[in-house]
Design a protein around this ligand. Structure first.
Ligand code: ATP
Length: 137
């Protein structure tokens, strides 16, 4: 059994995390899940939320992830997210502005405009997730 996992968090734009991890906890669509070295392989979709892991020195690290997929293997966790950033990189003012925009859109939009409504709701969830995670600092 591997001593540590290899954690990779990537988005279409960049690699956000590429390092060893003792444990990874991530927001699966069916609920939060944890992966330790030696875990049975599985694949899952992700919700927007916080991924937590312990780095090789045992320090807790936090990463915001916005939907996507995670693959767990006995020695590796790979997350492909639509967007992701480490907690320390979250710009809280930007997230608050995004929250305000999304709230306005949701208030003014007719519900029949389903696609715009879904988009605005997803933007709202991203903004709330970022603000919540940034405020746990
Ligand atoms: P915004 O409207 O502010 O762009 P968004 O939710 O639409 O927010 P995303 O599409 O999820 O943004 O992400 C686009 C890029 O911007 C990604 O690289 C993401 O990591 C980054 N990003 C978005 N919001 C923030 C934030 N508040 N702090 C730091 N990086 C952010």
């Amino acid at each position: 059994m591997a001593e540590n996992l290899r954690l990779e968090v990537v988005t279409p734009e960049k690699s956000v995390v590429s390092e060893g991890a003792q444990i990874v906890m991530a927001p699966g669509s069916l609920g939060e899940f944890g992966v330790l070295p030696g875990h049975t392989p599985f694949l899952t979709t992700l919700k927007t939320g916080a991924l937590k892991y312990k780095d090789e020195s045992g320090r807790e690290r936090f990463v915001f992830v916005s939907s996507g997929f995670a693959e767990a293997l006995p020695d590796r966790v790979t997350v492909l997210a639509e967007s992701a950033e480490r907690r320390k990189d979250i710009d809280i003012e930007r997230a608050k502005a995004a929250l305000e925009r999304a709230e306005k859109r949701l208030q003014t939009q007719a519900r029949e405009e389903e696609i715009d409504f879904i988009r605005a709701k997803a933007a709202l969830l991203r903004a709330i997730g970022r603000i919540q995670l940034a405020q746990t600092r």
